[in-house]
Write a protein that binds this ligand. Structure first.
Ligand code: GDP
Ligand code: MG
Length: 440
């Protein structure tokens, strides 16, 4: 994967005692190779490497004390520059006015799902969305939107008596006020491939309804194709933003890197799962961090803020401030983190955890947590508070109690040692403040 390849590239750079122009070039070649393998478009890689190379081979870097770290910094900053800046606003009009958002994209890209996700988000923000079934290509498409609407308790406008999506959207926009809606979300039709008939239809909707914002939904797993479709749609419609879906799973990330550079249109949001809450603002810094495998503490904290039990967080914060982070807290922490979503996805955001988890799959991670719990429950209260006191004989006793190998107890204590300083550092500023700070 891109992360691993870049990791290898940086390792090569790090491994050099003294960086020379020669071995710097070797390291950069590996960076280039990693990007190409991740399906970043050739043009983008070329300009990117030119920018990075000019800076990395400059005297300031080669002459500096830690040239390798500076190179990573340059790669990071250039990745951020490639993907940003991003404007996350949906540019909604004031209360009483109707804003029209038009969603388009190829079939299967995730349009309908994303309409639902946006509706949910808007509703949570006190808006009154209206979903419009303007995909008349497949009869099931209308049903799908109605199911989403029911699930979210959001009204859906559809008209099964016509084959003309322009008419449907025009009627929907006209009726929006009567339906007391202030944001109209148009779910338009897609095709398997870009064709002129589809583009004409979308253009006609655009001309008739004058949507305030047009967003393209692309499937992040399709790599280069996602970028090409963004280019084609943007030429026909002048997009205001791109929403990239399916950035959960093993998406190679290359498409996210290229879209803005190729089309000039920024990624606004990303879909990170099939569930309706899996829509997140796209942050170039976080994506760059993720690509470089630095972990993504900020996303984790933001998620945590939404879903952590507030009281528990406060209690933990107090404990941490007193420097009393115990194995019991660790277990609670792991259990809470588990509630946040697929274990591996969330844990992967903690620096250092990604590699620690290795190739565990979801089920194993769940089993791991149960095993963890078994081990911790086999400890005395004092051992949980002061894991350092666990010597060989205690380790053997705990392992026997939990039905695991003594080495598993050892691993757990090591994991704890990794997490505790992170947690304590976070508490240093007060978890609440810290979260607020990161949200800005
Ligand atoms: P449409 O044809 O463009 O309307 O696409 P749909 O909204 O029907 O989505 C197609 C498939 O992609 C469905 O199975 C969705 O559940 C799935 N999907 C949509 N967004 C995401 C996402 O962010 N992550 C994942 N894993 N699946 C998604
Ligand atoms: Mg659809």
């Amino acid at each position: 994967a891109l992360q691993e390849n870049l990791g290898a590239a940086f390792k090569t750079l790090r491994g050099q005692g003294k960086l020379t122009e020669g071995n710097m070039r070797d390291g950069l070649k590996l960076v280039e190779k990693a990007l190409l393998e991740a399906d970043v478009s050739y043009e983008v890689v070329r300009t990117f490497m030119k920018r990075v190379g000019e800076q990395a081979l400059g005297e300031k870097v080669l002459g500096s004390l830690r040239p390798n770290e500076q190179v990573i910094g340059i790669v990071y900053q250039e990745l951020v520059n490639l993907m940003g800046p991003v404007d996350h606003s949906l540019h909604l009009k004031g209360k009483g006015d109707v804003t029209v958002l038009m969603m388009c994209g190829l079939q299967g890209s995730g349009k309908t799902t994303t309409c639902g996700k946006l509706g949910k988000m808007l509703k949570a923000n006190g808006r009154r969305p209206l979903l419009v079934a303007a995909d008349l290509q497949r009869p099931a498409a209308i049903d799908q939107l109605h199911v989403l609407g029911e699930q979210l308790d959001i009204p859906v406008f559809s008209d099964r008596t016509t084959q003309d999506p322009v008419k449907v959207t025009a009627n929907a926009v006209e009726r929006a006020k009567k339906l007391e809606a202030d944001v109209v979300i148009l779910d338009t039709a897609g095709r398997l491939h870009i064709d002129s008939e589809l583009m004409d239809q979308l253009k006609r909707i655009d001309q008739r309804c004058h949507p305030d914002q047009i967003y393209l939904v692309v499937d992040g797993m399709t790599g280069q194709d996602a970028v090409n479709s963004a280019k084609a749609f943007n030429e026909a419609l002048e997009l205001d933003g791109v929403i990239m879906t399916k950035l959960d799973g093993d998406a190679r990330g290359g498409a996210a890197i290229s879209v803005k550079e190729v089309t000039g249109v920024p990624l606004k949001f990303m879909g990170t799962g099939e569930h309706l809450e899996n829509l997140e603002p796209f942050h170039p810094e976080r994506m760059a961090g993720r690509i470089l495998g630095q972990g993504d503490m900020m996303s984790l904290v933001e998620k945590a803020q939404q879903e952590f039990d507030q009281d528990e967080a406060k209690r933990l914060e107090e404990q941490l401030a007193k420097g009393e982070f115990t194995l019991d807290d660790f277990l609670k922490q792991m259990q809470q983190i588990k509630r946040l979503g697929p274990m591996k996805k969330v844990l992967g955001m903690i620096p250092g955890m990604g590699s620690m988890l290795g190739d565990l799959d979801e089920l194993d991670a769940e089993g791991d947590l149960r095993r963890l719990q078994g081990i911790i429950h086999s400890m005395t209260l004092n051992e949980r508070r002061k894991p350092k006191t666990i010597d060989q004989s205690r380790r053997r006793r705990i392992a026997a109690g939990a039905g695991v190998e003594p080495s598993a107890v050892n691993d757990l204590v090591k994991q704890f040692d990794t997490i505790a300083p992170i947690m304590t550092a976070m508490a240093g500023k007060g978890m609440g403040d810290r979260m607020k700070m990161m949200k800005q």
